[in-house]
Design a protein around this ligand. Structure first.
Ligand code: ZN
Length: 447
């Protein structure tokens, strides 16, 4: 059993026409269910003048209204505690996760027993695609407190791996667990993988030689799909990195990398993906950037119909070399983090791509955004590794040129700082300092 390539071969390799047929019939049923049982969907479908019976082809989904984080939060506040997007009586709900609430009131994400089992089956599938097998020991070091990624350890356990439910513990404790219990796979953010590896080296533990981690799953930041960031972490740990993508509104992980590592496979039998131009909401072609809009196909506790994720992605639907037919995507970044400089879109991940790839730099960076004569400008702070301090000017020039080459625009200034100047992130890195609002406020106050 552990020699098989797929967790569920038939569904993962379903030819696209059959996969789309499956999506169509699941979604016809799901829309009808949402309309019948969720006051929110009934109201918004009525307002948009659409009925579930209007959905005859997958393209008909474009006639149905969008939802987003703000609507989710507003509807929760309007009908506490779970909101009127919910489509089942509370006694059928067995689990809720909550978003971090970093941009407002935390939103609750409810699951029925079947939703939860479907969720964990998708997690098992993604873990299997990343190479986890029953002989592995999986160290689950994600937050268990309300976080939707917490229960993903059950997916690993259902797969047959030996699971160590560590949760978020201090780095020293985690390194101790890694030495004593010899886990072979773990899951964290790219920032934390780097931080933990460096902490180990400071304690004279060489992650490559003294620990047993051979695969690291990362999520929560774009680094896992940026080649130079990936290879820096892989080199530090002597491990292979697999990028996953999840969101509290749907599943802890909705998509993950396979061994081909050319994008993240979405579980398309559970979730339908649209990639739309963020301004016109028209579909973009495969291979082009657009906002990812996700629709659940089975999740009954709270169906998510056309949820605007705020993530800019590129999608591919050709068959992957691994044999899976489910769509793959790569994430460029959050729409909120996108900078429009001289009419060109640029993401922090474009800068990271350059900074991590240049020898002589630590890979840490900070972007400062401001306006000058009403035009958006940005500066980039980077750090040299020890021994490269004398090459600051040359490195700054290289950073400017390579960012320009990659994105078409360039930073106003690149400041090369000594190693250790920039703040180190432990979990999620904050890379942008936005001075635009402060400048406007200062002007408003006559300063
Ligand atoms: Zn693949």
């Amino acid at each position: 059993m552990s020699h098989r390539t797929f967790w569920e071969e038939e569904i993962e390799t379903l030819p696209r026409p059959k996969l789309e047929q499956l999506q169509l019939s699941l979604l016809q049923e799901h829309l009808a269910f949402a309309y019948q049982h969720s006051p929110y969907y009934r109201q918004t479908f009525n307002e948009a003048g659409v009925k579930p019976s209007d959905f005859k082809h997958l393209e008909d989904l474009s006639r149905f209204p969008f939802t987003n984080k703000k609507i989710e939060r507003d509807r929760q506040l309007a009908a506490p505690d779970l909101g009127d997007m919910v489509a089942v009586p509370e006694e059928e709900i067995v689990f809720v996760s909550a978003s971090s609430g970093s941009t407002g009131v935390p939103t609750l994400s409810p699951f029925t027993k079947k939703d939860f089992d479907d969720f964990q089956n998708v997690e098992s599938r993604l873990f299997w695609a990343a190479g986890m097998r029953p002989k592995d020991r999986y160290l689950h070091a994600l937050n268990f407190s309300l976080f939707v990624g917490g229960p993903d350890v059950i997916g690993a356990q259902n797969l047959g791996a030996l699971c160590i439910w560590a949760g978020t513990v201090p780095s020293d404790r985690l390194l101790y667990i890694m030495k004593e219990f010899k886990p072979t796979i773990t899951w964290t953010t790219p920032s934390y993988a780097w931080h933990l590896g460096e902490s180990a080296l400071k304690q004279s533990i060489d992650p490559k030689r003294d620990l047993y981690i051979r695969k690291i799953i990362v999520a929560g930041e774009p680094g896992g799909s940026i080649p130079a960031t990936r290879s820096a972490i892989e080199e530090l740990w002597g491990a292979e990195l697999f990028d996953f993508y999840g969101l509290s509104d749907i599943f802890g992980a909705c998509a993950g990398m396979c061994s081909a590592k050319n994008g993240l496979h979405l579980a398309e039998d559970n979730i339908l993906i649209e990639v739309l131009d963020p301004d016109t909401q028209e579909p973009v072609a495969d291979g082009e950037h657009g906002e990812m809009v996700l629709t659940t196909l089975k999740k009954q506790a709270r169906p998510m119909i056309r949820f605007r994720t705020g993530d800019i992605v590129t999608r591919f639907r050709d068959i992957c070399s691994c044999g899976r037919t489910h769509a793959r995507f790569t994430v460029q970044g959050r729409i909120d983090d996108m900078l429009i400089v001289s009419g060109v879109n640029i993401f922090p991940s474009d800068i990271e791509y350059v900074v991590r790839g240049l020898p002589g730099l630590t890979g840490e960076y900070r972007i400062t955004v401001y306006s000058e004569h009403r035009l958006l400008r940005f500066d980039v702070d980077v750090e040299t590794i020890e021994g490269y301090e004398a090459h600051g000017e040359r490195l700054a020039q290289q950073v400017i040129e390579q960012i320009k080459q990659r994105s078409g625009v360039q930073p106003r200034r690149v400041n090369v700082l000594p190693n250790g100047t920039l703040p180190r992130a432990t979990h999620k890195a904050k890379r942008i300092v936005d001075l635009r609002n402060t400048e406007e406020l200062a002007k408003g106050a006559g300063i």
